[in-house]
Ligand binder design. Sequence first.
Ligand SMILES: [Zn+2]
Length: 221
Amino acid sequence: MPFDFICPTNPEYRAKILSYIEEISRENIEGVTLNLYHFPEEEFCVCSRCVELWRKSGLNWTEWRAQEITSFLKEAKRLVKGTFAVEMFPDPVLAKERFGIDFEGIAELVDYFHVPLSSRDYLTNYWVDLLARDFVKILKKPVVVEVSAEMLNDEKADALLKTVAYLSRHDLMGVLMLVHDAENARQICRYAVNNSDFREWVRKYEFAKMMQIVDRWAKLY
Ligand SMILES: [Zn+2]
């Protein structure tokens, strides 16, 4: 593994996450999105506790791992005030085998799925459209797609906005633009509003929803 990970069956770790959820749910929040609650890869975790739990369960490896993750999310959901969502590594095909993420079971617990499709730029973007399409089809709850929006030059801003235009054709709950500084997201919106070439491109290819979004941005920014 190129990174460290915590065994998701570690009771201290679980207790810490749950108490954190309890604590923030006392604040004025709209909801909680959990990330990195799952196994890091197919061959993990093989610590003595996990192997023992798996043996006792009588389930096969994939089913046991999925059950561990879903039952932890069930506990977490009970403590959440407001909406509850999960983020995941964006693999629509092998999520259960690799991470113990059972889309069917989790759909019963969450209000929406948060799908991060992060990139340093979107100059090549077919994969964003492809993965968004797959997730919308597979997941039985609404989908929010996250894109990286720290795009500080015009070429990258243009590519990001065209990617968001393609996303706007899918039945998504929303597109989240991830930035470290909110001003950078506003800059993307202003770029769209003030760039007649981009607006013409949106019109020419009939991205109706994107036209509405840019019109709304024009009023806000
Ligand atoms: Zn373990």
